[in-house]
Write a protein that binds this ligand. Structure first.
Ligand SMILES: Cc1cc2nc3c(=O)[nH]c(=O)nc-3n(C[C@H](O)[C@H](O)[C@H](O)COP(=O)(O)O)c2cc1C
Length: 155
């Protein structure tokens, strides 16, 4: 990682591939900003260090059983103690996919983010059913927005 640049951490979980398609586009958008680096990982592979080194985080989760995917919760479980005092004010964005709802996942992720005292810098994106071309384009734009906002120090 280029330590002179700010870093965006994009973490996601996907079992069936829908969230992977969404997160791929989000990360692609973030990578358009040349002055930031992007760490793009499945949540299960993301570490406390990844979190401590980032200047903005995006979390992409499917809704499973009315809440976030277990591996997203696992990331929070593994990092909270080490990160809670060190990531206060971290800009964050949430995006969720769901078969018919998704609101439970959004609410729970935002509740945990509040526990870390992170800063919500854009409204979440919740996509119900297969994402359309427009949905994916919107996610790409959102990724670029997060990266640009962090780069310019707006967030
Ligand atoms: C185990 C399981 C539980 C699910 N629970 C919900 C749910 O509570 N609410 C909902 O809207 N969709 C639910 N779904 C549908 C998924 O959120 C949806 O298919 C999503 O696009 C899956 O993302 P993925 O392909 O990245 O895994 C569930 C799917 C699975 C596999």
């Amino acid at each position: 990682m280029d330590t002179n640049k700010k870093n965006i951490l994009v973490i996601y979980h996907s079992q069936g591939g829908t969230m992977k398609r969404m997160a791929d586009r989000f990360a692609k958008g973030a990578q358009k900003e040349e002055n930031v680096t992007v760490t793009y990982k499945k949540a299960a592979e993301a570490t406390l260090d990844d979190l401590l080194q980032c200047h903005g985080i995006a979390i992409g989760s499917p809704e499973y059983f009315g809440t976030m995917a277990g591996m997203i919760k696992d990331f929070f479980d593994r990092t909270y103690e080490g990160a809670k005092e060190k990531t206060i004010g971290l800009p964050f964005i949430v995006f969720v996919c769901a078969g018919n709802d998704g609101r439970g996942a959004v609410t729970q992720i935002e509740r945990l983010a509040a526990g870390y005292k992170w800063k919500k810098v854009q409204e979440h994106v919740r996509i119900v059913g297969p994402p359309t071309k427009e949905d994916l384009a919107r996610l790409e734009e959102l990724g670029q927005t997060l990266a640009a906002g962090v780069d310019f120090g707006i967030f």
